[in-house]
Write a protein that binds this ligand. Sequence first.
Ligand SMILES: Cc1ncc(COP(=O)(O)O)c(C=O)c1O
Length: 358
Amino acid sequence: MVTRRVDLRSDTVTKPTETMRAAMAAAEVDDDVLGNDPTAFRLEKEMAAIAGKEAALFVPSGTMGNLISVLVHCDIRGSEVILGDNSHIHIYENGGIATIGGVHPRPVKNNPDGTMDIDSIVSAIRDPKGELVYPTTRLICLENTHGNTGGRVLSVEYTDKVGEIAKKHGLKLHIDGARIFNAAVALGVPVSRLVQAADSVSVCLSKGLGAPVGTVIVGSESFIKKARRLRKTLGGGMRQVGVLCAAAFVAVQENVGKLEADHKNAKFLADGLHKIKGLFVDVASVETNIIFIDIEEGSKMTAEKLCKNLEEHGIVVMKESSSRIRIVLHHQISYDDVKFTLSCFQNALNGVSVENGN
Ligand SMILES: Cc1ncc(COP(=O)(O)O)c(C=O)c1O
């Protein structure tokens, strides 16, 4: 019988802490659609300050944060956005920027480190002289950390460079910063410096920071004014939302400081997994809280089977492909859980059953 469960599917699986639950219960609230919820206002003010931007807006999810941001920047019909071909917006958001916003995506290849080559970005910008046939480039999107390449971190220098290009061509820069705090902690720089070049950032509070719900988008006063209207259009205006913002505020206060430990745990786990015969992990590429584990080519073990075996030991992970598994660390996974996970991987690969107790 499984007596212990370690849930490594994602950093979205955290449960609200007692402090968050207490803050939710005590939250002072009012109607936020009417612009009167003091707890939402306090969180938005804090997030704008952290990001070094004029204003902020709480939205239900990262997907809505990105959609609203792209739509605000691309509010003229025929707009095009340059974004990574392996980015969350391009792959996992139901193509909402196109289907809902009518914005044309111009994907550029993502490198294994999450960047897009600067030259490729520049050459993807449409020549305005070809306006008879081309859409109009209006926006560049980056993702930091970059999830699909394993939580890779984009540097300040790279972000500034893309910002420079955007400015030079009269474009806006949006950052999908679902895990921007992880990136800032890994780089040892304030979030405000890391996103200085961006016109808008979407920051998830319900990932590594552990809030139960919510994302905040940040930008200029005029950007947020338009974003507020679009949030209502999309059905994301919520009334006594302070109940959620109270928990998110605790997440920002208490959990940013825990991200470094998550990154250390991820590195330790990656290193241990790589040493297990039959598995491969590119340990050097583990920069934050995400690990990709590849099963050795030619092995009889499949990702599906390994996931099932692991689940029998109480370890829950996500299958990425037939030979790849993804693990994400968060503040509710301890060093002890990591050591337990390593021993379970070993057993699950060797087909040792839980009943044997070894
Ligand atoms: C990089 C990135 N951006 C955006 C999102 C979307 O966030 P949500 O699930 O809150 O819509 C995710 C979710 O995992 C993500 O990993």
